[in-house]
Design a protein around this ligand. Structure first.
Ligand SMILES: Cc1cc2nc3c(=O)[nH]c(=O)nc-3n(C[C@H](O)[C@H](O)[C@H](O)COP(=O)(O)OP(=O)(O)OC[C@H]3O[C@@H](n4cnc5c(N)ncnc54)[C@H](O)[C@@H]3O)c2cc1C
Length: 404
């Protein structure tokens, strides 16, 4: 063990970089935190706009399963810094958390601002030097272009919402350095549906709730929203990895919308057996409680003559399984997160790049993906803690007395 503090460069001041900075500064290291933006953690702040979902309260086994094929890779980090530790850490910053009805964990205020303010204050007290407006463009020989540290943590995020700072440009630099990567793809994203001009102009921005979607035999219930070019929202995000991969494989994919998820086929059939008399079908459906959007979607996906000829049971079946063909993802700019990044085989057990000893990586840059629900931030925090511990080990420094 050395008595001299090491110089650590952390590039990327999102939640992953900030968490690693805290661990390393607590352990007495000289930490400089670089970011290309004028202020830190912009995506974290935006994440708090709709309710900052810090983590999830479900038991660890189902929790880990949300990371799919990356579950066993992330398990040691998440076991070492689990959701309870994350809640305790937030509460240590004076931010009380609560478990919502869905099991998701939020700060009492729902926002990120108070937490970030207290966190930055703590980092300042710990002596972390913050260097904004520094864009990392790669190495100059063995050195970073703007510093020569003993160890470096890259915490540059994925590629969604690039205007907030993370644009994935680091992939070109790391690929050129021989780091194995999987391409960045939108995750928890919306999709393109080739709507008619009528549906798009009349219903863009309209919510669909509650709705269930089924794709490849998997059903999720929640909320969605029609956009001018397609569909987005929580229930779509929940299946977005499968939808995206199916489109990549087959060119398009079809999901089925259940516009009446709270009714069985039988009860809906009974309801639609009420005589129609001389009413038009759309009037009849409107009186049966269908919204203009639901009626619009029925007509959008079924020729009028075919719709009119359906029996009550046929109509109920259509309402409960409306086919919607998706032709593309809605792109990175509005995706909640990105899939892909540094391959698991490209790092060691401490998240050090095998091709670049002394350089570590954490957070969304690593090749895992997860649905919304607090799983994204939890993996960022846990991998940052693990990478920071790895840096201490690499620099022959003692571990801090408490993790965070
Ligand atoms: C709208 C929205 C809502 C979300 N809500 C939630 C939620 O409620 N719960 C949840 O778990 N997750 C949520 N997320 C996802 C979560 O915010 C991200 O997964 C998380 O911020 C990733 O953290 P990170 O530190 O790895 O990367 P980032 O937060 O992206 O931070 C990376 C930092 O690196 C900097 N950087 C990038 N490239 C360079 C470079 N070349 N040079 C210098 N600096 C660079 C960037 O400026 C940025 O500050 C949400 C995301 C969005 C967009």
């Amino acid at each position: 063990m050395t008595n001299q503090p090491s110089n650590i460069a952390i590039i990327g001041a999102g939640p992953s970089g900030l968490m690693a900075a805290e661990i390393l500064a607590r352990a007495g290291q000289r930490v400089t935190l670089y970011d290309r933006m004028p202020s830190p953690a912009r995506k974290f702040l935006i994440a708090g706009r709709g309710g900052l979902n810090l983590t999830h309260s479900e038991p660890l086994a189902p929790f880990l399963s949300r990371y799919g094929t990356a579950a066993d890779w992330l398990a040691p980090s998440i076991h070492a810094f689990p959701p309870d530790a994350l809640r305790a850490w937030a509460e240590g910053l004076g931010v009380e958390t609560f478990v919502g009805s869905s099991g998701r964990v939020f700060p009492r205020s729902m926002k990120a601002v108070a937490l970030l303010r207290a966190w930055l204050k703590r980092l300042e007290t710990l002596g972390v030097h913050y260097a904004p407006r520094h864009t990392w463009r790669g190495w100059n020989g063995a050195a970073l272009t703007f510093t020569t540290p003993d160890a470096t943590l890259l915490a540059l995020g994925g590629a969604s919402w690039p205007r907030l700072g993370s644009d994935g440009s680091w992939t070109t630099i790391l690929a050129a350095s021989g780091v194995e990567l999987s391409p960045l793809r939108p995750s928890n994203c919306g999709f393109v549906v080739p709507w008619s001009a009528h549906l798009s102009s009349r219903f863009a921005g309209s919510p669909l709730k509650p709705v269930a979607i089924t794709h490849n035999g998997v059903t999720r219930q929640g909320e969605a929203m029609i956009t001018a070019t397609g569909i987005e929202g929580g229930v779509i995000y929940a299946l977005s990895a499968d939808l995206r991969d199916a489109i990549a494989r087959d060119g398009t994919t079809t999901l089925h919308l259940d516009l009446r998820p709270t009714m069985t086929l039988e009860s809906l059939t009974q309801k639609l057996e009420a005589p129609r008399a001389s009413q038009s079908l759309s009037n009849y459906l409107r009186k049966a409680g269908f919204s203009p959007l639901a009626i619009g979607l029925l007509y959008e996906t079924t020729p009028p003559a075919q719709l009119a000829a359906l029996s009550p049971r046929g109509l109920a079946a259509r309402v409960k399984a409306l086919p919607l063909t998706l032709t593309a993802t809605a792109g990175m700019a509005r995706a909640i997160s990105s899939a892909g990044g540094i391959a698991r085989h490209a790092v060691d057990a401490h998240f050090m790049l095998r091709a670049k000893p002394s350089v570590f990586a954490a957070g969304e840059m690593l090749d895992w993906e997860a649905p919304t629900g607090g799983y994204l931030l939890q993996a960022c925090y846990s991998t940052a803690v693990a990478a920071a511990q790895g840096i201490l080990h690499y620099c022959n420094q003692p571990a801090p007395t408490h993790a965070a």
